[in-house]
Design a binder for this molecule. Structure first.
Ligand code: UTP
Length: 297
């Protein structure tokens, strides 16, 4: 039996410029899909995968995130007084056990690889998960849980992957596949944002990883790569060069890129339609406005 994956890093120190002006004063991860902030989806997914320690790499202006996971005695007392037990139950999922959550600062936004490296002392010498909360994945079995199960079988480093159109490779880290075994793809290299036509495959890296201690050791030595940032993909690629195993994992589920406006809107519609309390009225509304749109053309 391999060592359990019990720690997860949530890198949330980016500036979120694609959502300005909103992100001038609220962290991107607090933006809500229906009524839950993006970060809640990531935390729930990590919990389902057996994660016990949650490490946030934050930056200036992210205190709303810390408050979100804190106990809210006044609010709870008020809800109790009014007999709102359902809402009290919903609030429970937002409070973390004492000591289960840690926040560290990435002082300068030097890239995702650097953000992960900032958590090195908290992670220590064990496998760890990385979740980017702006990738929201709707799945029957939560994506990270699928990956932890795969890790227990194969070991090595596991990266969530999905196929993207050839002309979109320049928006992702792309896998250079060695052997395609279906759900798992053995990887011999990775390239950050290759131009269309120069990509070794159309298997894109998505924001869920299970990584082993050598990746952290490679991050110790990393220099800035594509875009002047310290890239996580470069550190993973170096591990392959040193004989480490890396697998792409084709997860079962639908991924929404909530770091982009179009992806966020799509997720809002999908999660709205998935809710029993909203579905009928919302679907009716969507039918009406699509018909109006067609009539206007
Ligand atoms: P993005 O590339 O989406 O950057 O980062 P961003 O700053 O969040 O958003 P835009 O592009 O300006 O709109 C992917 C993930 O990596 C984290 C981000 O917080 C996000 O979760 N990240 C990125 C860091 O923690 N530190 C960094 O230096 C860069």
């Amino acid at each position: 039996m391999r060592r359990a994956v019990s720690k997860a890093i949530f890198p949330v120190a980016g500036l979120g410029t694609r959502f300005l002006p909103a992100t001038k004063s609220i962290p991107k991860e607090i933006m809500t899909l229906v009524d839950r902030p993006l970060i809640q989806y990531a935390i729930d997914e990590a919990r389902a995968a057996g994660i016990k320690e949650f490490i946030f790499v934050t930056s200036r202006g992210k205190s709303a995130l810390e408050d979100y996971f804190d106990w809210a005695p006044q609010l709870e007392a008020e809800l109790r007084r009014k007999g709102k037990t359902e809402l009290l139950e919903i609030l429970k999922s937002t409070t973390m056990d004492s000591g289960a959550i840690a926040y560290i600062r990435q002082q300068k936004p030097l890239g995702l690889g650097h953000a992960v490296w900032c958590a090195r002392r908290l992670v220590g010498n064990e496998p760890f998960a990385v979740l980017l909360p702006d990738d929201v994945i709707a799945a029957e079995k939560p994506c990270l849980q699928q990956m932890v199960e795969a890790y227990q079988e194969t070991g090595g480093n596991i990266i969530a992957t999905m196929e993207v159109p050839d002309e979109r490779t320049d928006a992702y880290g792309i896998l250079d596949a060695d052997e395609d075994m279906g759900t798992l793809v053995s990887v011999r290299g990775m390239i950050e944002k290759p131009a269309p036509g120069q990509a070794p495959s159309n298997l894109a890296v998505i924001g869920r990883y299970i990584l082993t201690p050598p990746v952290m050791r490679h991050l110790n030595r990393m220099r800035a790569g594509a875009g002047g940032e310290i890239q996580l993909t470069d550190a993973i690629a170096s591990v392959i060069g040193a004989g480490g195993k890396v697998f792409g994992y084709r997860f079962r589920g639908q991924r929404f890129d909530c770091g982009s406006k179009a992806g966020f809107l799509q997720a809002t519609v999908a999660f709205g339609l998935a809710r029993d309390d909203l579905r009928d009225d919302f679907a009716e509304y969507l039918r009406e406005i699509t018909a109006l749109g067609r009539a206007a053309q």
